[in-house]
Write a protein that binds this ligand. Structure first.
Ligand code: MG
Length: 429
């Protein structure tokens, strides 16, 4: 079944009792497709065959493109096993590839046709749990919104994406690169094909987006994510995305399938390690990071959303900044203080701050007997001077005053007045 309506809607499907554990999560979906502003025909096709959903973007001439995409989806639905494994799903995609390839070999007019193919199926995992198996060949994409995080699950099989992965091109440069249309993998262009597969947990509340490049070339991931958040109804979201793609140029056919996972949350489910399968369907290697970094089968689930993470990071930054400022303040001054009968220069604040205690910078040869008496209570508490030079100047000033006052005592009453005035001035400082 490859519906070709502009847009339609879907209702959750009833589950079969004997498979309740695996199938109790079901879907609501919406979709939209549009020829765009430039192309004459729409060679995109989509497949809604709950629990299998897909988008195909055909290529290869006027007739070849739409034949390839339609043939691929019809073949995929025909051989898909709802109770099968991920390997069975990969096998179904490879059979769809063979079907398109054979058709192109039979009909000269269709020679060279091919198609992208991406989407997902809900399957049963090794432990009887429901899983989402995302498959991909080409540069159509499957995304997932999970706990408000929007992530591209598939990786494009395109010339520019390979350059981006190799660090030779930025994503921004890739968007305008002259070879951005060149695919490195497509369905139906060879007798067999390598299929990427990522297995995810089937989490209620997750929203999947499957789309052709007619959307992703025109609308940024940020705006797509914002639209998926804005519209609860998947059909409304799909239609709005088509409008945005057309307003931004609509240079290509635009096809969107949005699928919401609904159901209860009784079961803890897992996001399994993504793997790429070999052509024979067996896992070859771990090739991509888990998009949401949840890996445990039955461990308590800790959901740390992006906003929560940002909050903690901001708090940590605040604490670090406060500590840096306190450290700077605690170490920024010098002061002179008595230690026994000696004057000592310390670095720090006279009053200890947190765990910062002043450091003894210099023990001078100056004693309390060499400075004016009025200064002694001040020195016992600690006299702040700002800099080390300020401390030296302050001590020298006290010595000078003391010397001046001693020299002044035997002289006239006018001089005596001067010595009492001077300390008073200094006290006031
Ligand atoms: Mg396209």
């Amino acid at each position: 079944m490859t519906p070709r309506d502009e847009a339609s809607g879907g209702k959750p499907r009833r589950v079969r009792a004997q498979q309740k554990h695996a199938l109790e999560r079901t879907f609501q979906y919406g979709y939209a497709t549009n020829v765009g502003n430039v192309r004459e025909t729409n060679q995109d096709r989509y497949l809604i065959a709950d629990p299998l959903f897909a988008v195909a973007d055909g290529m290869g001439g006027h007739k070849g493109g739409e034949t390839a995409s339609a043939t691929a989806l019809e073949a995929l639905e025909a051989v898909f096993k709802p109770n099968g494994t991920t390997s069975d799903l990969v096998d179904a995609v490879r059979k769809a590839n063979a079907k398109v390839w054979e058709q192109s070999q039979r009909d000269e007019n269709l020679r060279g046709m091919g198609t992208t193919l991406t989407g997902f199926a809900r399957l049963t995992g090794d432990f009887g749990e429901a899983i989402i198996a995302v498959f991909n060949v080409g540069d159509s994409r499957t995304y997932c919104m999970h706990n408000d995080q929007f992530a591209q699950i598939t990786r494009d099989h395109s010339f520019v994406e390979e350059m981006v992965q190799a660090g030779e091109l930025t994503h921004e440069e890739a968007e305008s690169h002259p070879r951005r249309n060149v695919l490195t993998r497509a369905l139906g262009v060879d007798a067999d094909v390598q299929v990427d597969v990522v297995e995810l947990a089937c989490n209620p509340g997750d929203r999947y987006l499957i789309c052709s490049d007619g959307l992703t070339r025109e609308v940024t991931d940020e705006k797509i994510a914002a639209t998926l958040r804005r519209f609860q109804d998947p059909n409304e979201a799909a239609r709005d995305l088509v409008v945005q793609a057309r307003l931004n140029g609509g240079h290509d056919n635009i096809t969107i399938v949005i699928v919401d996972v609904i159901g209860d949350e009784d079961h803890v489910v897992t996001i399994r390690t993504p793997s790429r399968l070999r052509k024979d369907g067996t896992p070859s290697a771990i090739v991509e990071p888990d998009p949401f970094e949840e890996t445990h089968e039955s461990a308590p689930r800790i959901k740390l959303g992006f906003r929560m993470l940002a909050f903690f990071l901001a708090m940590a930054l605040l604490v670090v900044s406060a500590l840096v400022m306190v450290t700077w303040y605690a170490r920024s001054a010098y002061f002179v203080k008595t230690d026994g009968d000696r004057l000592v220069v310390y670095r720090g604040q006279p009053e200890s701050i947190l765990w910062f205690t002043p450091d003894r910078e210099e023990t001078t040869n100056v004693t309390t007997a060499q400075v004016p008496e009025y200064a002694i209570p001040v020195l016992q508490k600690g006299k702040k001077t700002g800099t080390l030079k300020g401390a030296h100047d302050y001590i020298q000033g006290l010595l000078d005053e003391k010397t001046a006052s001693v020299n002044a005592i035997p002289t006239t009453t006018t001089t005596t007045t001067t010595t009492t005035t001077s300390p008073a001035k200094r006290k006031a400082q």
